[in-house]
Every structure is written in C-alpha cells, then in structure tokens.
Design a protein around this ligand. Structure first.
Ligand code: LLP
Length: 432
C-alpha cells in the first residue's frame, strides 16, 4: 500500500489502482487520464451516511458537494447511496438532473446567482436554495411568487471561525465574500427579513468554514457558535431552526506524512456537541446536514500521464515534462498543493529529484516540484499523480486549447468511460 489502500505495486513493480494495472489502463484509454475508483467513492458516501444514521436516525442527510467532481456518473452513485447534492450552478444542477438525480434532494448554493439562475432553480423544483445574501433573498422571493410556489430555503450565515486552512479556500471568517456575518448583527436581520417573505419557507441555517480542514475542533466550535445564534433567534422572535447545515471541509491525505482524519469519530463528536448544546439551550435538535466534497472523491482519483521529455540541467534542476499539466490539475499553481507522484511502470534502485512539469506555455505550469522518480525516467514512461479525485477534473480548463482528459471509472475489476476525451472537434465546437 502506498498512501491509500487502493494504491499498490504489482510484483513486477508496476502500479495498481483499485486492483487494476495502471500501465494497462493507460494503454487502453490513452493519457492524460483520470481514473476514479467507484468502490472508494461508495465507501466514502457510506461512511457519512452510516454515521449520520447512527447519530441522528432519519434526522440527518449528507450532501455530496458536486463542485469537487461533477459529471453524471458521480450523481448516479450519490443517488444510489442515498446522498443529497450541493450544487452551485445551473450546470451542476443540469448534470445532476440529467443523471436522474431527484430535484428535491438538490441544495442550490452560490454567492452570485443571477436572475436566470434563480428562475432556473425554482423552475426545476430544486429542494432548497441556500440563500447567500439579501439581494438574492429579494430576487428569489419575487421569482417564487411569480411562479406561484413556496420555495424552501436555508440562510447562509458566516460564523466568524478561522479553520486554519489555505487562504483561498477559507470561507468562515467575518470578512469573506460568502454568507451574511453574525458578528455585525446582519445575520440576525437577514433571518428576520426572510421570515417576512410569504413565498419563502425558511427551514434553517447554513454555514461553511473552509476546506481541507484538519483542525480537531473547528466543527465543534462551529456548533457552539451556530447553536448560540439559534438560541438568539428563538429568544428574539421565536424562530425555531429546523435544519442546520455546517458545510463540508474534512481534509484528506495527499502525502504519506499527512495525518489521517477519522471522519466517523469526528462526526460523532460533532453530533454529541450539537445534542449537548441544543439541550443546554432548550432548543429543538435540528435536522443535520453536512456537504463533503473532497473527502468523498479525492482518494478515489488518480491521474496518469506519459512522459514527453526529461530535461537535466546540470548543477540546476531536472524536469520531467508530461502530456498534461495545469489544464487538468491547476492546484499546485493555485495553492501550492502537495501531491504524491509515482512512476507507474516500475520501481528503481536509484532515484533523482525532478520537478513534474506540464505542457502549457508558462513556467508556472508545475504539477509538483521536487519529487523523486527513477534516475532513468524517460520519454514514454507513465507517471501517476495520486489523490486527484477532487477539484482536478472540476477545475480543468482548455488553456492552450488542450482537450480535457477522459474520466474512467474502475468498478469491480472492470472499467468504463464516465467522461470521454475531448477531441479537436470539441475544441472548436463553440466557435462560430
Ligand atoms: N460546501 C460549501 C459551501 C463549499 O464552499 C465547499 C467547498 C464544500 C461544501 C465542500 O468542501 P470540501 O468537503 O470539498 O472541502 N478548489 C479548492 C477547494 C475549494 C473548496 C470550495 N468549497 C481546492 O482545490 O482545494
């Protein structure tokens, strides 16, 4: 086992993912290639669903945050595993609906929903809007009235908690662009205002403090702040928070040195804290929601590349250049995100240190600096980057007019294409 128990070496030293030969998959589907381990996705879904059931019975639902990886096969799996879905755009909603995902289990997120987005969401009958701000609230109330429906909503508030994660993915502190802050009193007024709108049914509250969170107490602290706010709303104007969604964010291991989060144990601890606080404050235990993305799909993914060239600049640096790059994985340029990189064909006695560079026309196109690969790594070899299931395919681009790689699902010793490779015709498909 390397990093995760779905990654192994065969006796000949070649890499296996989800029990299947990575070089063989590369030969069959071509590279660059995203592989996804379906059993692992299902296992991760069940980890949430089972723990939620154990802690809350039927009074809780885990939502899969589609932003982590959004294509039809994932929504089919989420549906089969009984998850709800967090969607942030008509594109994600359309993908989910076209995969047969039930609209009433979709929670529509986003801080910048346009009039058209709001109309679309109401028309499609999404279960809940997660309303980010007063402008959206007003527009949504008008749209629901126009369509003659009462739209269920959760109100997104900002609890002012620092989750100790990268700045770009920190969403919980007071001065962020998401949600309505509690500290300034605006969140209190937001709930009051929402309750005056007859075309909306205010079911509860939402918050999300960050992503790739390892801190032990962030979610318990969030429960403390949110339940105190729920008590304030109840005392202030008798509002009973029926649903509480505390967002996503549990971190995953990208490196062997990263610590492992025991997610079921963490959820139990959060559930205990919620029960304790609501009891102390004399509040009704709300229906509980979380919306994990990364911890559902990250360790189910691997990206496979072929080496195009190896550059050795004596006294300076060695590069391995591959047939993909920041177009299929922009996370190192964006966040200096760490990854485990492996030679997929063989192990070696001697290794050298290389930067794994992409094929895009900029020097910043690095998948990972200073990784160890066999000293004789050469053109035509296969390289695997581990833990790429979250925020890789979903953040991929066509920079340099490169086509996006296909997504191949590995399931029960077999494989199938979940997203096909983009062709040159796809590249010009939108051009007039
Ligand atoms: N709910 C909300 C409201 C969110 O904003 C997010 C992530 C999630 C749930 C899911 O969080 P997760 O369980 O995946 O941590 N592109 C960045 C990550 C951005 C996360 C944005 N929001 C990355 O590649 O690390």
């Amino acid at each position: 086992m390397i990093l995760s128990d779905n990654i192994q070496r065969a006796p000949d030293g070649s890499l296996c993912f989800a029990g299947q030969s990575v070089p063989e998959l590369a030969a069959r589907y071509g590279t660059p290639l995203y592989l996804m381990d379906e059993e692992r996705i299902r296992h991760n879904c069940r980890m949430y669903a089972d723990t939620f059931r154990e802690c809350f019975g039927q009074n809780a639902l885990p939502l899969y945050a589609g932003k982590a990886a959004s294509f039809r096969a994932i929504y089919r799996i989420a549906r089969e595993e009984g998850m709800g879905v967090d969607a942030v755009s008509p594109g994600e909603i359309h993908t989910a609906l076209s995969a047969g995902f039930p609209a009433e289990k979709i929670f529509f997120h986003g801080d910048g929903k346009t009039d058209a987005d709001i109309r679309y969401g109401v028309e499609q009958g999404v279960g809940y809007f997660i309303v980010d701000n007063p402008d959206e609230l007003k527009q949504l109330a008008e749209e629901a009235e126009r369509q003659g429906v009462v739209q269920k909503v959760l109100l997104r508030v900002t609890p002012g908690i620092d989750p100790h994660t990268y700045k770009a993915i920190n969403t919980g502190t007071v001065d962020v662009k998401f949600g309505v802050p509690m500290e300034t009193g605006q969140a209190y007024a937001f709930v009051q205002d929402a309750l005056c709108l007859p075309s909306l049914s205010v079911c509860g509250l939402h918050c999300h403090v960050g992503s790739e969170v390892f801190d032990e107490t962030v979610f318990e602290d969030t429960i403390d702040v949110m339940t105190a706010f729920m008590a304030e709303l109840y005392r202030g104007f008798g509002y009973v928070t029926e649903m509480l969604n505390v967002g996503g964010g549990y971190g995953v291991r990208y490196l062997d040195t990263d610590k492992h989060i025991d997610i079921p144990a963490r959820i139990r601890s959060v559930a205990d804290r919620l029960k304790q606080r609501t009891e102390e404050l004399g509040l009704k235990l709300p229906f509980f929601l979380m919306e994990p993305g990364r911890s559902i799909v990250a360790d189910a993914g691997m990206t496979v590349y072929t080496v195009s060239s190896v550059k050795r600049i004596p006294g300076y640096k060695y590069y391995v250049v591959i047939d993909g790059g920041m177009t299929d994985n922009p996370r190192y340029p964006l966040y200096q995100a760490p990854y485990t990189v492996l030679h997929a064909d063989r192990e070696a006695q001697f290794y050298a240190v290389y930067d794994l560079a992409g094929r895009c026309c900029e020097s910043g196109d690095i998948i990972q600096p200073a990784i160890k690969l066999p000293i004789d790594t050469r053109r035509g070899d296969h390289i695997a980057v581990c833990t790429t299931g979250a925020y890789n395919y979903s953040m991929a681009s066509n920079y340099n007019r490169l086509g996006r790689p296909p997504v191949v699902m590995l399931s029960e010793g077999d494989s199938y294409l979940a997203v096909r490779r983009e062709t040159l015709d796809d590249i010009v498909a939108l051009d007039t």
